[in-house]
Design a protein around this ligand. Sequence first.
Ligand SMILES: O=C(O)/C=C/c1cccc(O)c1O
Ligand SMILES: [Fe+2]
Length: 313
Amino acid sequence: MTIKLKCLSHTPLRGLNDPAPDVIAEVDAVLARARADVEAFDPELIVIFAPDHYNGLFYDLMPPFVIATAAVSVGDYMTLPGPLSVERDLALDLARFILDHDVDISLSHRLQVDHGCTQTLEELTGSLTRYPVIPIIINSVAPPFAPYRRIRRLGEVVGQFIATLDKRVLVLGTGGLSHEPPVPLLEGAPEAIGEFLICGRNPTPEARAARQARTVAAGKIYGTELSAQTPLNAEWDQAFIALLLDARLDAVDDFSIEEISKEAGRSTHEVRTWVAAFAALAAARGGYSAQRDYYRPINEWIAGYGVMSAEPR
Ligand SMILES: O=C(O)/C=C/c1cccc(O)c1O
Ligand SMILES: [Fe+2]
């Protein structure tokens, strides 16, 4: 087995509410380098840890983690719609392995996934089907959440499974860093929004367009005094990146969900996907060396935008 890792922020506002051209050029260059790395590595399997944003998972049955044996992109914002090339049997083997190692995980034989999963796949591979993939969705948006120590444990077990494979495996984490887009909360929500959060699958094109327009509008004022959303927190982001660079993964066991929400924004919990990805790499090969490829807080994208790479030492 050979293994590599990439973790990066996603943002559905890319192309819809862009920052200055020099920033776009910077990010394009970073992503082009990341894509070239992936091309050179030529993975035989991608394991992607991703969040969902009330497109596949709703409160009618909200799992802390779910592994998909088949997945289809809803094509929200500007992402590609359609099926992903999920390795069904291997995903099932992984689900059994995880359960056998005392971590509970849900299973979906037909999961709808959103930009939280597909944007990164598309950016790093050019499509949803280029390489065999296993999506593992970690609830990062719909509280209550499993504690960070459970995310680390999930990642470790996935890494132990990867270590048994005779394959080149790319592990991806997508989301974060600090940010708070206007994704509604169930607690205190008006009835119609509550109803959507419980069972809002397959919205009409009009409802999807309205959601997109709300997010774009939020992006236009994010980080100004006009915005009610928690602003980006570059200090928090840099400290989190430093923790990963130093391989101090056990420090996440002390993370307080409430404090992170307050300091860095409610959607910052998407970094759970990074925690799982790094824990998988560490467990697969007993240590890693990581690099920070990019970081910049980008208000227009509602994203503390970062990219990291890592591989075994
Ligand atoms: O779910 C949505 O509609 C919006 C999500 C979003 C917005 C801005 C930045 C992100 O990382 C998002 O996931
Ligand atoms: Fe997100």
